[in-house]
Design a protein around this ligand. Sequence first.
Ligand SMILES: Nc1ncnc2c1ncn2[C@@H]1O[C@H](COP(=O)(O)OP(=O)(O)O)[C@@H](O)[C@H]1O
Ligand SMILES: O=c1ccn([C@@H]2O[C@H](COP(=O)(O)OP(=O)(O)O)[C@@H](O)[C@H]2O)c(=O)[nH]1
Ligand SMILES: [Mg+2]
Length: 239
Amino acid sequence: MWRRVTSLSPVISTSKSTSFDQAASGFKIWRSSFSTETPTMVKDATTSFKERNPFITFVLGGPGSGKGTQCQKIVETFGFKHLSAGELLRREIESNSENWSQMLNTIKEGRIVPSEVTVRLIQQEMESSDNNKFLIDGFPRTEENRIAFEQLIGLEPNVVLFFDCSEEEMVKRVLNRNQGRVDDNIDTVKKRLKVFEILNLPVIDYYSKRGKLRKIDAVGTEDEIFEKVRPIFSACAGK
Ligand SMILES: Nc1ncnc2c1ncn2[C@@H]1O[C@H](COP(=O)(O)OP(=O)(O)O)[C@@H](O)[C@H]1O
Ligand SMILES: O=c1ccn([C@@H]2O[C@H](COP(=O)(O)OP(=O)(O)O)[C@@H](O)[C@H]2O)c(=O)[nH]1
Ligand SMILES: [Mg+2]
């Protein structure tokens, strides 16, 4: 029997700290290649980006909960710029960028790429965009991701969407996705669900306590779900 992830005990039983270590493991050497100092040029770009007063939405939910699908609809209706963290990482891998093989292995195992990498990619996309309304899809996936974004970008999201979906439905959707992704197989999906529960739910809880979370029941047709999403943006976009 599958249950909704928000009330689910781990699919593979390990302690929280063990799983966190698993999710973060393998990055010690990789991590050490990143400088902790922010170059002056980057600081200037970040300062001017903040002055643009962007509208930032984080879009969260387990694998297959429909984040990308609903982001597409939000883009069409409300004109946001869609940044999928997973897509940005996949693009990096395809372009054979530095650390591409570690990124690929991390994704294959359903673990989380170091924050510095992901935040840098998101930052580049936001700063080079003419659009000032952003949907950041599939990020932050961990508390560490969240804190890194706040520290490096110096901003918090205006709104956080959470697509709440049963595990049964998420597994079904991921296995039918047919996009040739290395992580859309049953073994990796189980790991991703576990990483979602242990590392992502605390982020969702954090934003819930700060009054920023908009939880959406993600079971139903794509259009039915979008009708629940629409009022959240109509309120701020005047549509
Ligand atoms: N409401 C829905 N009902 C059925 N299938 C859906 C629904 N929303 C999305 N899908 C399909 O499920 C798969 C996963 O959706 P996607 O938007 O990629 O999810 P996520 O980005 O959260 O992993 C895709 O093949 C998509 O077409
Ligand atoms: O901020 C992120 C976003 C994604 N990923 C990795 O990229 C994979 C695919 O993410 P995506 O958001 O594309 O998957 P989805 O939830 O949409 O199925 C994740 O399982 C992680 O391994 C990551 O490490 N950090
Ligand atoms: Mg997606």
